[in-house]
Design a protein around this ligand. Structure first.
Ligand SMILES: [Zn+2]
Length: 429
């Protein structure tokens, strides 16, 4: 008789399979019909969705949970947010930033979000942001994978110490090279920044993740330069372009030339729908542009696209919970990905697609992989998007790290059911 530390029984996987998962140590030991097995603890997932953990490929953890300090962003624009953050990052201590980040990571764990790539501002010479996030990466390591991107918020070339401080951050142990070409002083300087950043990544063998063309300007075309540098330097498959909002407004003929170049360079795209729909189109009257990049069109070309969170309670966004299902829900609406296949893809975009973008080893539900999973109070992946339900159990690296009781509403109506869960499955046909 097989024996496991943990046994998750009867769960429905995102692909529709219904099976048991046996966990020994930090590994998935077996999957299938494991009835009759012995286990230290049995988690009954009958009728519930069992998913690999959520992954966020784009976040700003040095700024999170700082909303309202030093002031609220009155205009709601990207640029006022950048200027507010410029004040805050010099006032906040390392301890404050660590505390805010750890609180956010607690939220993330309770929601089954177990891997996050966060951009870390490398602009200030004191680099307190980097010191704080390196500490957080170590503290959460036993249960949450944190990747750090060296992000020159005020410009790699525009800020006098932009290049020097980005290199210092990489020397301190930051994992990924970042950039912000649309914020440099000119289009030429933006292109020059990409050339230098890609050369640094090639020299050091690091991945790249660029805030790329986060603007409504249809002529902001740094993604073209990025694709060129990737093929020139052979960085295929390890570069991501975040936002790409200018592509929403670009000329269609130009996009028809651009997308195959992005596909050829194997650049992944990371739109951030909550933030893009809030920040873009602010200078438009009506009709107002949505500012979300061309998700379905990129996927049709074989380009990998993952949904990112970007901000929670910070100078750019006053809301947010850390729930990647909120992110996918907004993305599904704004990109109009409403067919059953497209909705299912939106779930994959916050799990497996994002794990591939981060290059996470041992991710996924299969024997031999790391035992990290989430039990959700939903029947399938699309219902999880519709309900954004409670995470009944979160397991990270073989350990239960969060539990939540099923929380059905209790009705006080004569002749109606006593409890309501809001589940709704299609009748069989
Ligand atoms: Zn960002």
């Amino acid at each position: 008789m097989a024996s496991f530390d943990l046994l998750v029984t009867g769960g429905t996987l995102p692909d529709g399979r219904v099976l048991d998962i046996g966990i020994t140590g930090d590994r998935i030991a077996a999957m299938g019909d494991l009835s009759g097995s012995d286990a230290g603890e049995v988690i009954d997932a009958q009728g519930d969705l069992v998913s690999p953990p959520f992954v966020d490929p784009h976040f700003h953890m040095d700024a999170t949970l700082s909303y309202g300090t030093p002031r609220i962003n009155a205009s709601g624009t990207l640029l006022e947010g950048i200027s507010l953050w410029g004040e805050l990052r010099d006032q906040a201590t390392v301890d404050e930033m660590v505390d805010r980040a750890l609180t956010y990571c607690d939220w993330a764990v309770s929601l089954g979000l177990l891997a996050i790539r966060t951009h870390v501002d490398t602009t200030p010479d004191h680099l307190n942001t980097v010191t704080a996030m390196l500490e957080v990466r170590e503290r959460v390591k036993p249960y949450l994978d944190l990747q750090l991107v060296a992000f020159p918020q005020d410009g790699f070339l525009r800020s006098p110490t932009g290049r020097q401080n980005l290199l210092r951050a990489l020397d301190m142990g930051v994992d990924v090279v970042g950039g912000i070409p649309h914020f440099e002083r000119s289009m030429d300087q933006g292109a020059a920044s990409l050339t230098q950043l890609c050369e640094i990544a090639a020299d050091r063998g690091l991945p790249v993740d660029i805030h790329c063309d986060e603007t409504d300007d249809p002529l902001s075309r740094h993604i073209e330069t990025l694709a060129y540098e990737v093929q020139r330097l052979g960085l295929h498959g390890r570069v991501a372009a975040s936002h790409l909002t200018s592509m929403h407004s670009m000329d269609n003929y130009y996009v028809s030339k651009l997308l195959p170049l992005i596909a050829e360079a194997q650049i992944a795209a990371i739109p951030n729908p909550l933030i893009n729909i809030v920040l873009q189109g602010r200078h438009d009257s009506y009709p107002k542009r949505r500012g979300l990049t061309r998700v379905r069109e990129m996927q049709a070309q074989g380009i990998r696209v993952g949904w990112g969170q970007d901000c929670v309670r910070d100078p750019w966004y006053s809301l947010g919970t850390g729930d990647m299902l909120d992110v996918a829900f907004m993305g599904l609406h704004v990109a109009q990905m409403t067919s059953p296949q497209e909705m299912a893809r939106c779930f994959t975009m916050v799990t497996e697609d994002n794990a591939a973008i981060l290059g996470l080893p041992e991710y996924g539900l299969a024997p031999g992989r790391r035992a990290s999973l989430v039990v959700l109070d939903a029947g399938d992946a699309v219902e999880a998007l519709r309900l954004r339900p409670d995470r009944l159990c979160v397991i990270s690296k073989g350990r239960v790290v969060s539990r939540q009781a099923r929380n059905d509403a209790r009705l006080g109506l004569t002749g109606r059911p006593q409890t309501v869960r809001r589940r709704h499955t299609l009748p069989p046909h």
